[in-house]
Design a protein around this ligand. Structure first.
Ligand SMILES: NC(=O)C1=CN([C@@H]2O[C@H](COP(=O)(O)OP(=O)(O)OC[C@H]3O[C@@H](n4cnc5c(N)ncnc54)[C@H](O)[C@@H]3O)[C@@H](O)[C@H]2O)C=CC1
Ligand SMILES: CC(=O)C(=O)O
Ligand SMILES: [Mg+2]
Length: 615
């Protein structure tokens, strides 16, 4: 029997010329109406109310302690100890979360390296879900660089060497034709978000094959911590389609298939089979494509974004969102209206999926601010490893780069020459090349612009095109700076405090996931990301923005995510993509939507464990 995907995919591909999702056209189309309104979940009306959580369990004794979601370590109450048969299995004195946090953090600080800290936190995550997320929330600015970029990069590189126990699911090319049964091996009935990678481009570290599992795990930890997704309902996935990383493939400790990467039609069919299997068990689940190399990232997004909803690519779309937010906020910092985005001159180094995703998102923002699409494209100068994309670049770049090809400048022109020639207001780094923005280039930027906007967005830290301290020194503190991985703020010799912002997609994807889950949004559209970007750019008062702080610090990510979720939710209502039945107040009142998103967040606290009778 032909699969659902094989039936609808050719029809959906016919709609691809609509590169920017036109929701009105799509809604009027019966095919899309059917796709986006179908659901296997029973409908219930959602309001801002939320009931207090009680967990019922049939488990007893050590199986309670060995289940990280039920385990409270020393924190079981007397009642729980009695009813769940835990007397004598844990030390006698009951402790509160605060005391547990104190002990865990003291041990954390004794870890010698960042990788040791990463491992220690992974073990905690395996042991006690609530304690892990409470600590991640309370110490977010300190711990995020460990569970996420930059340390997660090192943890991926060494995954085969430090592996301890499994988390998430692996679908390998040897499992083809079994995906539909394999999905039922996942023990939890509900999944809201899947982050999936094939490990073909992990940060700027290249092809890490099956070692990439820590990326989906890390991203999902951020979904839980930064937006309150339920940790029981997230699933990290690696598609092991081989690796072209010879060193890994030849290492006997490597845990993926020691085979070369699957390519071409066979690769696309494997992804089709996987998505179809996932949709069969969890029709509504949000699928986030993560760290797919640029040769497949766009193809996969276009193939699945309308055929299998909801799907998005984090590196293309959420990175675009945070870049637009950064630029809009930088306009406020420069004392300009945000509509002045149409006048920016942008040099972007990197024409991969992230670089082009960012450039296309900025084009959309310029069009939204009143520019024509052609005028918007003309504001860009995009470079790849061979220099400026001029007329000779047509054959070497992905078709999504064609609109950015310049006919007025020489193909392959060097970055320093481009900067001198066009005197950009914004310099974007999505090249993965650490140190690409040299002293000369940054000093030139500062010559041409009173407040040059310098955005080295590549990860991890070593791949950053420049550092915060160099940038502020070379511009005498005049630059507006945001990087992909975190840098400390910088105090210059004269005592001036310069803010280092983090332009990372963590500001957007968690909130998007919260909205999609809470409202059962059927399709992720580019207008949702634009609305989120505009919201993020307005979160801080003028006073702070004018001091160079572009958006709230990462410690406030939960409130940022609620704002993002509310913005996404309002767009979804307008576009007719909400499948949950919601009351009228939520449809019309942005404040109610915001309160609702807050109310939907999972909180890391010990809810009451109730012993259910085993049958
Ligand atoms: N801050 C954030 O939230 C995010 C950052 N990124 C980062 O963006 C970077 C790029 O990601 P992808 O586009 O997926 O990678 P990619 O490897 O597909 O693209 C890299 C691009 O940089 C170009 N390049 C290489 N050397 C260059 C040079 N000397 N000058 C100009 N261009 C050069 C390449 O030709 C290619 O076009 C990675 O470091 C990734 O970690 C990606 C997603 C989100
Ligand atoms: C942040 C991210 O998604 C990346 O560097 O790939
Ligand atoms: Mg990524």
């Amino acid at each position: 029997m032909p699969s659902f995907l094989s039936c609808v995919a050719p029809l959906c591909r016919a709609f691809r010329p609509l590169a920017i999702f036109n929701h009105k056209t799509h809604r009027q189309n019966p095919l899309f109406a059917a796709l986006f309104s179908s659901s296997s979940r029973p409908r219930s009306t959602v309001s801002a109310e939320r009931s207090r959580e009680v967990i019922k369990t049939k488990q007893r004794r050590l199986s309670v302690i060995h289940d990280p979601y039920l385990n409270r370590g020393t924190g079981f109450s007397a009642d729980e100890r009695e009813r769940l048969c835990l007397r004598g299995l844990v030390p006698p004195r009951e402790q509160q979360l605060e005391q547990q946090i104190k002990r865990v953090m003291a041990t954390y600080y004794r870890q010698r390296s960042n990788l040791d800290k990463f491992q220690y936190l992974s073990l905690l995550m395996d042991r006690n879900t609530v304690l892990f997320y409470r600590i991640l929330n309370d110490y977010f600015p300190e711990l995020a660089p460990i569970v996420y970029t930059p340390t997660v990069g090192e943890a991926c590189q060494k995954f085969h060497a430090i592996y301890r126990r499994t988390r998430g699911m692996y679908f390998s090319m040897d499992d083809r034709n079994h995906f539909r049964t394999m999905v039922y091996n996942w023990p939890r009935p509900h999944v809201d978000v899947i982050v999936v990678t094939d490990g073909s481009r992990v940060l700027a570290l290249g092809d890490l094959g099956c070692n990439s599992m820590n990326i989906p795990i890390g991203k999902l930890a951020l979904y839980v911590s930064a937006a309150g997704l339920n940790p029981l309902r997230v699933l990290p996935v690696v598609l092991d389609v081989g690796t072209d990383n010879d060193e890994l493939r030849e290492n006997s400790l490597y845990l993926g298939l020691p085979k070369k990467r699957l390519k071409g039609q066979a690769y696309l069919e494997l992804i089709d089979e996987w998505i179809s299997a996932i949709r069969q068990r969890w029709p509504d689940v949000l699928i986030q494509f993560e760290d797919f190399s640029s040769d497949v990232a766009n193809t996969l997004l276009e193939r699945h974004r309308y055929a299998s909803a909801p799907v998005f690519n984090d590196d293309i779309q959420s990175t675009g969102c945070v870049a637009v937010a950064t630029i809009l906020s930088s306009l406020r910092a420069r004392g300009k209206p945000i509509s002045a985005i149409t006048n920016e001159t942008i040099v972007c180094t990197g024409a991969g999926s992230a670089g082009l995703g960012v450039c296309h998102a900025i084009v959309d923002a310029m069009v939204d601010a009143g520019s024509s699409r052609d005028e918007a494209y003309s504001r860009f100068y995009v470079l790849d490893k061979d220099g400026l994309l001029g007329e000779g670049a047509t054959n070497r770049v992905h078709e999504s780069a064609h609109k950015f090809i310049r006919s007025d400048l020489e193909d392959g022109m060097k970055l320093e020459d481009v900067v001198r020639k066009v005197q950009p207001s914004i310099l974007l780094g999505l090249s993965g090349q650490g140190g690409l923005f040299t002293e000369q280039i940054i000093r030139d930027m500062a010559k041409f612009q009173k407040q040059p906007v310098i955005l080295p967005m590549s990860n991890p830290s070593d791949a950053s095109e420049c550092t915060a301290s160099d940038t502020f020194r070379w511009t005498n503190g005049r630059a507006i700076f945001a990087s992909g991985s975190p840098f400390n703020n910088v105090t210059l010799g004269d005592g001036q405090l310069c803010h280092s912002n983090q332009a990372n997609n963590v500001y957007s994807f968690p909130g998007l996931g919260l909205a999609v889950t809470a409202l059962r949004i059927s399709c992720v559209t580019d207008s949702m990301f634009l609305a989120a970007a505009k919201r993020i750019a307005q979160l801080l008062p003028d006073r702070e923005v004018q001091n160079g702080l572009l958006f709230p610090p990462v410690k406030d990510l939960r409130s940022v995510s609620a704002e993002v979720a509310a913005a996404v939710g309002m767009v979804a209502v307008e576009e007719g993509l909400v499948r949950e039945q919601i009351d009228d107040k939520l449809r019309t009142d942005a404040k109610a939507m915001h309160a609702f998103m807050h109310s939907q967040m999972w909180q890391p606290k010990y809810s009451h464990l109730v012993a259910e009778q085993a049958v």
